[in-house]
Design a protein around this ligand. Sequence first.
Ligand SMILES: NC(=O)C1=CN([C@@H]2O[C@H](COP(=O)(O)OP(=O)(O)OC[C@H]3O[C@@H](n4cnc5c(N)ncnc54)[C@H](O)[C@@H]3O)[C@@H](O)[C@H]2O)[C@@H](O)CC1
Ligand SMILES: Nc1ncnc2c1ncn2[C@@H]1O[C@H](COP(=O)(O)OP(=O)(O)O)[C@@H](O)[C@H]1O
Ligand SMILES: [K+]
Length: 494
Amino acid sequence: MWILSYQQLLDVEQFTASQQSTTLSQLMERAGRACFEVLLRNIQPGCRVHVFCGSGNNGGDGLVVARHLLENEVPCFVYLNADRTHCSDLFEEQLSLIQMDFPKFIMKWEDFTSEITNSCDILVDALLGAGCTGPLRSGLQEIIFLMNQSQGIKVSLDLPSGLSVDAHMSVEGIFKAEYTLVLGAWKRNLLHPEYAEYCGTLIFVPIGLEFPEGLRSIYGCTVDTESVRSIYRSRSNFSHKGDYGKSFLIGGSLSMCGALLLAVRASLRSGSGYTYAVGPDECRVVLQTAAPEAIFLDKDDFEADQVHQVFGIGPGMGTGAESLALLRHLLQNSCFPVVLDADALNLIGQNRELMELIPPMSILTPHPKEFDRLFGLHASSFARLDTALQIAKKNKIIVVVKGHRTQIVCPDGNIYYNLSGNAALAKAGSGDVLTGVITSLMAQNYDPIQAAVLGVWIHGRSAELVSLTKGIESVVASDIIEGLCLVYSELNAL
Ligand SMILES: NC(=O)C1=CN([C@@H]2O[C@H](COP(=O)(O)OP(=O)(O)OC[C@H]3O[C@@H](n4cnc5c(N)ncnc54)[C@H](O)[C@@H]3O)[C@@H](O)[C@H]2O)[C@@H](O)CC1
Ligand SMILES: Nc1ncnc2c1ncn2[C@@H]1O[C@H](COP(=O)(O)OP(=O)(O)O)[C@@H](O)[C@H]1O
Ligand SMILES: [K+]
């Protein structure tokens, strides 16, 4: 799904209304109703809800939520700005509806005093949404300050008030949501770590928006079950191992056979017809014992003509002279794009001329520290993304900027934000698993962008599924490999 700018959100709203022969008012009813349903599913009986509305359409959504809560006999109070000189038409319309039936539950912002902050069970923030520009004004600082003091559960509609859709901004005084109900389309600032503590858990609420054919966004798009469904290819029962390619994982060293082993085992579980482990002789016994399905190749016996294969290189490889020579050889001679991770990236950071040798459409998978070692220190995830875009375009490569909401940055300027995954992946070895998965997908002839997008999503989804039984802290990289079975079962069933 495209990640939209404010203007695009307005255009999509208009487009949806005309496509569905509906009105913007009915769209607001749909959005507010959908948020109400999410709330109702999650609130305890007797819970008191306090809804804070601004005078724009975000406030209008808040009024729809409040009306439905009151109609369902959930105790609910609505707080409005006493100054209503600048209200949107849709807000006015919603206000007259709620005033008709529930006038005594409507208050002014000033009525929300510090004494009642602690009697709220749930606070719904509908002060400002996508229309927010610049720092907070018009008395919003004061009310948000009090709301942030409350012990109640804090839920924002669409965006935490004070956060813009896409502009970089100061977070001073903005609402600190525990949950954000994201309405109908993703907004870029919700997906970056800098604002994570203000957005809390993101819950996407579909509202049936339709996107015009040919719509593009400079902010890219998200990767979710829907997009994965269109990439994943199921296998024919008449197929054989020769149909699914050979995946070559290169890495390992005396103290880090494990990194190569993880990549190899992940490749085995990701579908390539053959998986080869290319490492030093010291890793042979470990590899052949722990991954008997893989074929071990001593890197000293690695033939020059093996360059006609799909390679993932780097996990546990070390940055010595031999590794450098092997990497240089591969980059110069590989017939296909390669997957570059860990020490392969560190070597490129130390020998910048290697950047120019990387075959087109190769995939680099740096975590933020590797990224900064490669391309210099960056002050924010936004700055890193800008650099990744420039590099991807200039060198015609794919940069996978790893982290929560990994971004897959492509030579055509498109950015894919992955939505799967959780903190179970914040452990050594997770990246090696990802290298194995992506290399295996490339060997199976997924094109490199598809392999990166599908691989990153599968990897994250595996973490989500294994965490359900093992708990986020206990999951280790080997569990992520085992979890691939669950993910493929899901994909097979799509
Ligand atoms: N675009 C869509 O597809 C849909 C949008 N909806 C809702 O509409 C919202 C956007 O509504 P609006 O465009 O009316 O915008 P908002 O409701 O976010 O803001 C409206 C007003 O706030 C004022 N404002 C802006 N920045 C401010 C600041 N820093 N301090 C104080 N006041 C400020 C402006 O004067 C503006 O008129 C979305 O977030 C969503 O909640 C939904 O109703 C349904 C579908
Ligand atoms: N909190 C998190 N949420 C989602 N994914 C995460 C999180 N932390 C780490 N990951 C993912 O786990 C992997 C870690 O890779 P990396 O740091 O290279 O690990 P290693 O080098 O130890 O194998 C990346 O794919 C990253 O996106
Ligand atoms: K809001």
